[in-house]
Design a protein around this ligand. Sequence first.
Ligand SMILES: O=C(O)COP(=O)(O)O
Ligand SMILES: [Mg+2]
Length: 309
Amino acid sequence: MTAQQDAPVKITDRKIAQEFLDKYDTFLFDCDGVLWLGSHALPYTLEILNLLKQLGKKLIFVTNNSTKSRLAYTKKFASFGIDVKEEQIFTSGYASAVYVRDFLKLQPGKDKVWVFGESGIGEELKLMGYESLGGTDARLDIPFNAAESPFLVDGLDKDVSCVIAGLDTKVNYHRLAVTLQYLQKDSVHFVGTNVDSTFPQKGHTFPGAGSMVESLAFSSNRRPSYCGKPNQNMLNSIVSAFDLDRSKCCMVGDRLNTDMKFGVEGGLGGTLLVLSGIETEERALKLSPDYPRPKFYIDKLGDIYTMTK
Ligand SMILES: O=C(O)COP(=O)(O)O
Ligand SMILES: [Mg+2]
């Protein structure tokens, strides 16, 4: 039986919270559902991050949210009063761009990428020298008409050799229809940023990237290569970038099949599930073939701050 098959420990008091903090020197934080819900920071997010910094812990942020680039995330952190450097942030949009560069080995200046998603994907591609099409192009906001869509009447771009699909809050038939045209070409690679079926916001759970990527997978009858958590390529690049000792790292997240799986499959020393986003206590405790159980769980991250104060 692995450690994660043991019953998860709920952090309920100062003593357990202190023991938890002492075990790890690096914390990998998921963002949506852990630090904030949309533009609302969860209680004591700033305080707990500052406390960890004071304790000399290394903080790394690993989000499956591809809507913003790493640079844009530094601004979001700053808006909450949190100073985070671009190097500390990993997004599924960035992981997808790394996959295009290092695994698919697409050539900047020659190969182009069709994006179904928001600005966080195209901006990361641009930094690596790739031209992207689609994405936030305002012409995709126009209701679809096959006879008038410039993306169809001008013909598909022959240099597009990859589709990257992620969360798009402007999802519409025009975007789905044109993306499918590219996916119908066997020579075009199909990359999905992340598999998350849902997306936690304040007071609501909305459709996540996976719901959109799987719609494209269904219509094209193809499977995407998903690059975000729990894909271990993302963790491997983080571990080597910071030269981390996995046994001293703890993954903190709000979803079992992405965040907890990422940490457990990556052999990290610990996993902490917070119940402020997607999951419930009942699911955290249940044994399932689909996802591992966390080592620790807590109602919300900020409780560690209030318990140890
Ligand atoms: O955008 C998502 O689907 C989830 O993002 P997260 O990994 O920060 O929770
Ligand atoms: Mg999350």
